[in-house]
Design a protein around this ligand. Structure first.
Ligand code: NAP
Length: 348
């Protein structure tokens, strides 16, 4: 069976490169088009982009010429990793022209009619697409994935929603790769912790409620739990760690929570989607895990690792979670979203 051609908007950037790497050898999708700014358009990919990841750019990208970011002779399925300052208008132009834009940018995540998708958690939020197309007169659509810390938190919380989450306090320890390239100056981050990442706490608080919310016809009714986030940049290269304290309306035992983490499976696992890990949340019983250096690259970076579940004297329970910010928090998340769209028959 021939593969489905795909394009990448923002292909020369840091997340664009992760898309190229993650899509290389993909069983369903084949890279056919790369878009970036007018500065890069017309150049071959290796001239337009300085490759920041290990090794060199895969042949699947190196053979392509970069185009400017206008719809036209572009595959129907387009991943977006564009600078947030330009993503709104360009993504909308592509959706209006009939493209399915699977976006990693923050711009449309909180739009009332746009799915903020984590396939293991809220595949039914895809039902928003019909209203989105009707509201906006689009033949295509925009689907988004969450902020790179939000996805770690929500994957860890999703198995626990059944116990009635009422309050969450989370503290993040976020890797420097989350700031793109060149990101945070080395003089600021080495031997240091920066207790501020602009806009991040609000994103985690709002996105978590939307992702764990319920489809309500033309919008998502947010999870009513209160969520408070403290965000910190730390001297880690890849992997966002989040510590989490949770209060429940019921009284789950430690065994209930462990069992919920360990048995959590959902549509991507049932449908055997190519990028879905067998178990999306994995509990590590060792007292000092998960750790970015030891765990973040396991399972292709697609798993949320949880550990250190223990009683919280203020709320009910607390634990630690870790996820790969540029894979599960960016390119891998979007590719899994596209695999879900394909399995739903939405790619045509
Ligand atoms: P980046 O390295 O700065 O890359 C930005 C990309 O946008 C480049 O390909 C750039 O092309 C393109 N671009 C800039 N201006 C453009 C224009 N006028 N028209 C079309 N394309 C244009 O940024 P990044 O770190 O990859 O982040 C990309 C997006 O993903 C951002 O929205 C960011 O918030 C989000 N995100 C990042 C991470 C992360 O871990 N870094 C995680 C989650 C989400 P040129 O090379 O031609 O300028």
């Amino acid at each position: 069976m021939s593969k489905i051609p795909v394009g990448i908007l923002g292909a020369t950037g840091m997340v664009g490169q992760h898309f190229i790497k993650f899509l290389d050898g993909h069983p369903l999708f084949e890279l056919a088009w790369l878009g970036a700014s007018e500065r890069s358009a017309g150049k071959c990919y290796t001239d337009a982009a300085k490759w920041h990841l290990g090794g060199s750019a895969p042949d699947s990208a190196a053979r392509l010429t970069v185009s400017d970011s206008k719809p036209g002779n572009v595959p129907k399925l387009v991943f977006s990793a564009m600078d947030a300052s330009v993503a709104t208008e360009i993504e909308q132009a592509f959706a209006a022209a009939g493209h399915l834009v699977v976006s990693n940018s923050k711009n449309h995540r909180m739009d009332r009619d746009v799915p903020l998708l984590v396939p293991e958690i809220n595949a039914d939020h895809l039902k928003l697409i019909a209203g989105q197309q009707a509201n906006r007169g689009w033949k295509g659509a925009v689907v988004t994935n969450p902020n790179c810390s939000t996805i770690v938190l929500t994957m860890a919380l999703a198995p626990l929603v059944q116990f009635g989450i009422t309050r969450v306090v989370t503290t993040t320890l976020q890797a420097v790769s989350g700031a793109g390239y060149p990101g945070v100056p080395s003089m600021d981050i080495l031997g240091n912790v920066i207790p501020y990442i602009g806009g991040e706490e609000e994103k985690i608080q709002q996105e978590t409620q939307k992702i764990l919310g319920t489809f309500a016809g033309d919008h998502i009714a947010p999870l009513t739990a209160k969520v408070s986030a403290h965000c910190n940049r730390v001297a880690v290269i890849d992997g966002h760690t989040v510590t989490v304290s949770v209060e429940f309306s019921s009284q789950p035992s430690e065994a209930d929570l462990r069992n919920a983490f360990e048995t959590f499976r959902a549509i991507p696992q049932e449908r055997n989607l190519p990028s879905a890990p067998k178990f999306p949340v994995q509990y590590l019983p060792e007292a000092d895990r998960p750790q970015p250096r030891k765990d973040v690259e396991r399972e292709r970076g697609m798993v949320c690792f949880v550990g250190r579940l223990r009683e919280c004297p203020v709320f009910d329970w607390k634990f630690v979670a870790l996820g790969h910010n540029t894979v599960r928090g960016a390119a891998g998340a979007a590719v899994l979203n596209a695999e879900l769209l394909h399995s739903e028959g939405l790619l045509g």
